[in-house]
Design a protein around this ligand. Structure first.
Ligand SMILES: Nc1ncnc2c1ncn2[C@@H]1O[C@H](COP(=O)(O)OP(=O)(O)OP(=O)(O)O)[C@@H](O)[C@H]1O
Ligand SMILES: [Mg+2]
Length: 332
């Protein structure tokens, strides 16, 4: 079991309030991602759940029990950090076994748990190596192995993949999602990368300056962002957020339209402009255009769409997929 409830949780460092007040429900077995820009309080919130940081106010309830002032080791949670924090002089086996040895468990029980974890994480052939003899991805798997053997109520991950290169990050993303399917243990995963959030989460919590902007499934946030912040943060390339005369025509302060919801044509359309930079990804093409009276608008289209820099172009946004925001930044 691993349900976690945050009740009016707040945090200040001295007189600086970092998290004003957060209420959040995390269900047993859920994969929850905290996402938001640098400095918004993701790590602080995770560290408070782990017990590594005191609360300034509120309560943290784990499986129905108030754990707000319980020591980290008593909370039954395992944390995995960005810096793998492995012991360099110990083998992979020794690193994974370490928390169990500290816990005073029997040698044969330890051996079974370490080997099971190594099997799940494809580390069986590396058990005798030291961390210095492993790749970044393998090191991160060892850190995850050390978390798994403790059989926690929940895993807490703080940007575990940000030290890895793009290809390896993609692989590890799949591995962690797969691990979640196998273990079915609650996972809270912190990242500033909205792609990780979209691809891994059952539930995304979008944070901004210590506040929750929106909570929902990836597709809920993509389809129905509640405000300009979430609209601009979730989705890649990011949503075009148009202000000024064009927004006023729709009686809104900000008109949002995703690059994939704009039709592009060389001959006709609602908006006229010029092609700027074109990014060919092979499968898709991102075309950054300069539209008369609107400004920069990015369009996502087929990989085969051919354009020249400076060429005249016409855009037509899908009227059914416009997002309308008022002066307060909230959806209308
Ligand atoms: N010990 C501390 N003392 C004072 N301020 C702190 C302390 N730890 C964090 N902060 C501040 O709290 C805010 C939130 O920090 P936090 O580390 O939680 O951000 P984050 O969302 O994890 O950012 P990042 O994506 O860069 O890791 C920041 O403004 C940070 O400067
Ligand atoms: Mg952080």
């Amino acid at each position: 079991m691993g349900s976690i409830t945050l009740e009016k949780v707040s945090k200040s460092f001295g007189t600086t309030s970092v998290i004003p007040e957060i209420d959040l429900e995390i269900n047993d077995g859920e994969f929850v991602v905290f996402v938001g820009p640098s400095g918004c309080g993701k790590s602080t919130l995770l560290r408070m759940i782990a017990g590594l940081e005191d609360l300034s106010g509120g309560r943290i309830i784990i499986d129905g029990k108030d754990m707000s002032s319980e020591a980290p080791a008593k909370r039954g949670l395992s944390m995995v950090f960005q810096s793998y924090a492995l012991y360099p002089h110990m083998t992979v086996y020794g690193n994974i076994a370490f928390p169990l040895k500290m816990d005073g468990q029997e040698k044969s029980a330890i051996d079974k748990k370490v080997k099971d974890a190594a099997h799940i994480l494809n580390l069986t052939n590396y058990l005798d190596r030291r961390p210095g003899q492993l790749s970044g991805g393998q090191r991160q798997r060892v850190a995850i192995g050390r978390a798994i053997v403790r059989q926690p109520k929940a895993f807490l991950f703080d940007e575990p993949l940000s030290n890895l290169d793009a290809a390896l990050r993609g692989n590890m993303r799949l591995e962690i999602s797969d691990l979640h399917h196998q273990l079915k243990t609650t996972m809270i995963y912190v990242t500033h990368d909205q792609v990780e959030a979209m691809t891994m989460a059952d539930k995304i919590v979008v944070l901004n300056a210590g506040r929750i902007e929106q909570v929902g499934s990836p597709m809920e946030l993509y389809r129905s962002p509640k405000n300009v912040f979430v609209a601009g943060f979730i989705g890649s390339p990011r949503m075009n957020l148009i202000e000024g005369a064009e927004a006023a025509k729709h009686n809104v302060t900000t008109l949002g339209v995703r690059p994939e919801h704009i039709r592009i044509s060389t001959t006709e359309g609602a908006w006229k402009g010029k092609v700027g930079v074109t990014e060919h990804l092979g499968s898709d093409t991102f075309i950054h255009t300069q539209v008369d009276g609107i400004g920069q608008v990015t369009v996502r289209t087929d990989g085969d769409f051919d354009t020249k820099h400076g060429q005249p172009i016409f855009l037509t946004p899908d009227p059914a997929r416009l997002h309308r925001f008022g002066a307060d930044g909230q959806v209308i």
